[in-house]
Design a protein around this ligand. Structure first.
Ligand SMILES: [Zn+2]
Length: 243
């Protein structure tokens, strides 16, 4: 009864208690949070060399692997700034696989990456046109062809059998890479899939290099093309040796 009366006649005290409780809760919440970024990450606005562009991807992938993502601005100010145009520092040809989203695995934001995706990261007229647009109009200095561990498109091609509908077009495109991988001599199915994934990346690079627009940019030293493979379990992007 007495307690009840105190609560009613001393609203300031009640208010004070509530504030104290809030402060305690905030402290607990902070101590439980693993990442509290204190500043907005900004990548260099102008990236003119393939080496610099690759380093941004390497750094971003490291952040992703360690779950220490940068505090990237995705807000209205950033969107407004991008209205004047885009200047992506890299073009990426990657698989449609939902486990391999380039912006996430490279920890990049709006306007950073120009991405072409299809099942099997292959090149056809439309995807090559997209690459050429990135090179010719956006002046992108780096192209990355990104294969990945356990690629379903490559696995289906290795396993053979009849692919229904237009999936057959994908299998047909990847088949020469599987045939090439077989020549490497690894007889296990798993080994053959792994080798085929790398051969498929190389085949895509070879096709990109046949474009006159790409050839011109390479000749002028304005463009770098790299192959890479994403590993689902570790989250690491491993860079393949250039030939
Ligand atoms: Zn895939």
């Amino acid at each position: 009864m007495l307690h009840h009366i105190v609560l009613i006649i001393t609203p300031a005290l009640v208010s004070g208690c509530t504030l104290q409780e809030k402060e305690v809760k905030t402290t607990v919440s902070k101590s439980n949070t693993t990442v509290i970024p204190d500043s907005i990450y900004e990548r260099p606005e102008i990236v003119t060399s393939g080496t610099e562009a690759k380093q941004l991807l390497v750094d971003g992938n490291k952040r992703f692997m360690e779950a220490k993502q940068a505090n990237i601005d995705m807000g209205s100010t950033k969107r407004e700034a991008l209205l004047k145009g885009q200047k992506p520092f890299a073009a990426i040809i990657s698989c449609s696989d939902s486990r391999v989203p380039p912006e996430l695995i490279f920890d990049q934001g709006l306007g950073d990456l120009f991405i072409i995706r299809n099942a099997g990261n292959i090149i056809d007229a439309v995807s090559l046109g997209s690459v050429e647009y990135a090179v010719e109009h956006l002046k992108t200095s780096l192209i990355v062809v990104l294969g990945h561990q356990s690629c379903g498109a490559v696995t289906a091609t290795v396993e053979g059998g009849e692919a229904p509908g237009s999936i057959s077009a994908i299998v047909k495109k990847i088949t020469p890479s599987v045939e090439k991988a077989k020549q490497a001599g690894d007889v296990s199915k798993e080994g053959l899939i792994e080798q085929s994934i790398r051969e498929n990346v190389k085949a895509t690079i070879t096709e990109i290099k046949m474009s006159p627009i790409v050839k011109h940019a390479l000749k002028n030293g304005e463009l770098t093309i790299l192959g890479a493979e994403y590993h689902l379990n570790s989250g690491e992007v491993k860079w393949l040796n250039a030939e």
